[in-house]
Ligand binder design. Structure first.
Ligand SMILES: *[C@@H]1O[C@H](CO)[C@@H](O)[C@H](O)[C@H]1NC(C)=O
Ligand SMILES: *[C@@H]1O[C@H](CO)[C@@H](O)[C@H](O)[C@H]1NC(C)=O
Ligand SMILES: *[C@@H]1O[C@H](CO)[C@@H](O)[C@H](O)[C@H]1NC(C)=O
Ligand SMILES: *[C@@H]1O[C@H](CO)[C@@H](O)[C@H](O)[C@H]1NC(C)=O
Ligand SMILES: *[C@@H]1O[C@H](CO)[C@@H](O)[C@H](O)[C@H]1NC(C)=O
Length: 362
């Protein structure tokens, strides 16, 4: 009996990741989601930063609808008419697993194609049908579609008509997709574009930042580094973006993240000793961090960077101290409200400790 049980356990332990239930994530949009990090003059430099490396728990749905070990470039057999490079997908998956090692297998479903407008993703189009077909194939192998990561809109900034129609088309696309995937509240995390080819960027950004659909989150690409082509995110910017997307996704789930584990903080010895935050009442923390700056018209305005750092700080405090959860939740609410008031994307960035350290508020 004992041997039999051991065999079952052993069989489970060595069963390949591809036969396990997966946490499925759809990756869609245009070039910056597909990934051009490290591509110059049509050649990818092959550089994969540490956070974007392969992981036995991360799979990719190949173009032929089979699961294969995931590695950059994730879109190499999908966005086939161009040279694909590093995108946000691997760093997203690795950040999720770093935060929640009990998560299991992450299955990435690349579907992004460079240079595409939102009108090309309308229900019934080639891109839309391919997205739905690949999502279905991914789920049939066992697992749940956890979210779609969406980064698109740059190509809709060129014509005023496209920019004007963007909000309506985007909402319709999200609603159709949720309906066709039979997942009415599928979480969608989109990226607000930071600059673009065309003059109508603000119209598109406004649509992205103010989209009024439940379970649609937005992270802001503003401030991320562009490559020498002045067109695409660099490898390191894509890696950073993946972390931001992971932070945003994790915020949609209730804590504690780790399976069955009590929400105990990590031992403080794992933290840099220079960063030993004191517990401050939320009002003091907020006052220190949300330092209003004055814009040209003399009005007070919050810096998105400050809000981003603030989100990271709250996590840091929670991880490093015995600060009551409720304190951090209250402060998070405060940030969310500030974001709404200032029309900046909710800027929570998961575990981005570096930003907190840069803020240097303590
Ligand atoms: C890319 O092509 C341009 C124009 O042909 C050239 O000036 C540049 O040196 C090339 N860059 C690299 C890294 O090969
Ligand atoms: C499907 O594509 C993957 C990745 O290109 C390849 O390794 C695999 O052999 C293919 N499988 C089939 C059945 O064609
Ligand atoms: C690649 O180019 C071919 C020929 O122009 C076109 O038929 C095909 O749809 C393109 N594929 C993608 C994924 O853009
Ligand atoms: C890539 O993303 C950046 C940041 O949002 C944006 O400025 C740029 O226009 C995008 N590039 C393309 C080709 O879409
Ligand atoms: C200054 O900030 C206020 C409040 O956020 C805003 O309404 C106004 O448009 C800003 N003015 C400029 C010139 O940025």
């Amino acid at each position: 009996m004992f041997t039999f049980l051991s065999l079952i356990l052993l069989a489970h332990a060595i069963s390949p990741a591809s036969s396990q239930e997966k946490n499925i994530f759809l990756l869609a949009g245009q070039s910056n989601m597909s990934g051009r990090g490290g591509v110059t003059n049509g050649t990818w430099d092959g550089f994969v930063p540490p956070g974007c490396g392969p992981n036995p728990s991360v799979l990719r749905l190949a173009a032929n609808l089979t699961w294969v070990p995931a590695a950059e470039p994730l879109h190499k057999d999908i966005d086939v008419n161009v040279t694909a490079g590093v995108g946000p997908g691997m760093s997203f998956a690795n950040a999720l697993l770093a935060y929640d090692p009990g998560l299991g297998v992450v299955g990435l479903v690349p579907c992004a194609i460079g240079g595409t407008k939102i009108s090309q993703w309308v229900r019934g189009s080639f891109l839309y049908d391919q997205l739905v077909r690949r999502a279905g194939a991914a789920a049939r192998g066992g697992g749940k579609i956890q979210a779609m990561l969406w980064y698109q809109g740059e190509s809709d900034t060129v014509d005023e008509e496209d920019a004007e129609s963007y909000k309506g088309r985007l909402e319709k696309f999200f609603e159709d997709l949720r309906s066709d995937l039979q997942s009415p509240s599928l979480p969608i995390i989109q990226v607000a574009i930071a600059s673009a080819q065309g003059p109508f960027i603000e119209k598109v950004r406004e649509a992205q930042l103010r989209l009024d659909l439940a379970n649609v989150k937005c992270v802001d690409a503003k401030g991320l580094e562009l490559g020498r082509d002045h067109l695409h995110l660099t490898t390191s910017a894509e890696a950073q973006l993946g972390g931001m997307l992971a932070g945003s996704f994790l915020r949609t789930r209730p804590r504690p993240i780790k399976n069955n584990a009590p929400s105990s903080p990590p031992p403080s010895s794992t933290l840099p000793s220079s960063a030993n935050p004191r517990i401050l009442p939320p009002t003091t923390v907020v006052a220190q961090l949300i330092r209003p700056t004055v814009n040209e018209s003399g009005e007070q305005r919050l810096e998105p960077g400050v809000l981003r750092g603030f989100g990271a700080l709250l996590d840091r405090i929670w991880a490093a101290t015995a600060a009551p959860r409720v304190l951090c939740d209250a402060a998070h609410e405060h940030v969310a409200e500030a974001c709404r008031r200032e029309h900046v994307a909710e800027a929570f960035v998961g575990n981005h400790l570096s930003e907190f350290l840069e803020l240097n508020v303590f």
